[in-house]
Design a protein around this ligand. Sequence first.
Ligand code: MLT
Length: 278
Amino acid sequence: MATDGLVRLHTLRRGVPGSLPLVLLHGFPLDHRMWLDVTDLLAGDRTVIAPDLPGFGASPTGPDVAASLGADPAPSLDVMGDGVVAALRAAGITRAVVAGLSMGGYVAMSIVERHPEIVAGLALIDTKSTADDDAARHKRVEIAETVVAQMRVDAVFGMRTSVLGATNRIARPDLVERIEHWIRDQGPHAVAWAQRAMAARPDRTAVLAGYDGPSVVVVGDEDELSPVPAAEHMAAALDGAELVVIAGAGHMTSNESPEPLATALAALLRRAEERPAA
Ligand code: MLT
C-alpha cells in the first residue's frame, strides 16, 4: 500500500448529502454489514457512513494503515481511529457524530481522545471504557496465536451465539446464521491484530469525563460481554449522557433491536445539530 498519508477504507455511504454525518464503527470480528439494519432505518433523512475498520471487510490491513499514517505498526486501536479520521478528512468530512459498538466503541473513544475536534456527538453502544484485566489480555493473545497458527477464525467462531442475548440466541436462528457468515468472511491475521490491539487498549473513562459534547450510551439488558453496569459506568463519567437500556437484546443491539437503537441515534443527531458550534 502507498505510504502517501492517505487512508482509504472500504466504506458504506448512504443517505442525504449535506446533513451532519453519522459514522458507525463496527464490532469484532465483523465489518460494515452489521450496520445495514440501522442504516436502512436512518438513511432516509441522514448521512450514514460505515467504514470497514482496518483489516476487516474490504479495508487495508492494520499494518498497511499504520504505514500510510507513518505510525508504529504495532496493533493498536489508535491506528484504527486515526485511520477512520484520515479517511473522513480525505472525504471532506470535518465534523460527525461518532457511534461505535463494542470494539467500535473502543475506537470511538480513541477518536474522542486523539481527534476531539471531529466529534460532534458520541454514541457508545454495548461497549466499555475500562481496560482488560490480565486474564482477558492473556486470552486475547492466546486467540491471536491460535487463529494465525490454524489460519482459520474458528477460535472466535463461538461468538456467533454468545454475542446475542439469551432470548435471541434461541429465538433468532436467522441472526445467528448472518453473524456466522460475517465472521467467516474475516481473515485470521485481521482477527489476531485486532485481538492484540484490544488487549493493549487503555482505560478511557477519564477521556469520557473530559468530553463535553452530546452523548448517548446504549446497551442491551441481556448483553453478557459489555453488561449494563459497564454502560452505567460510562454514562456516569459522561456529562449529560442519556442511558438507553434495550430490553430483550444482547451485545448486538444493532441487529437484535435496530429500531430503538436507530431512535436513540436520531435523537443524538438532533442534539448535535441543535448545539451551537464551539
Ligand atoms: C466486540 O463485539 O467487538 C467484542 O466483544 C469486543 C471485545 O472483544 O472486547
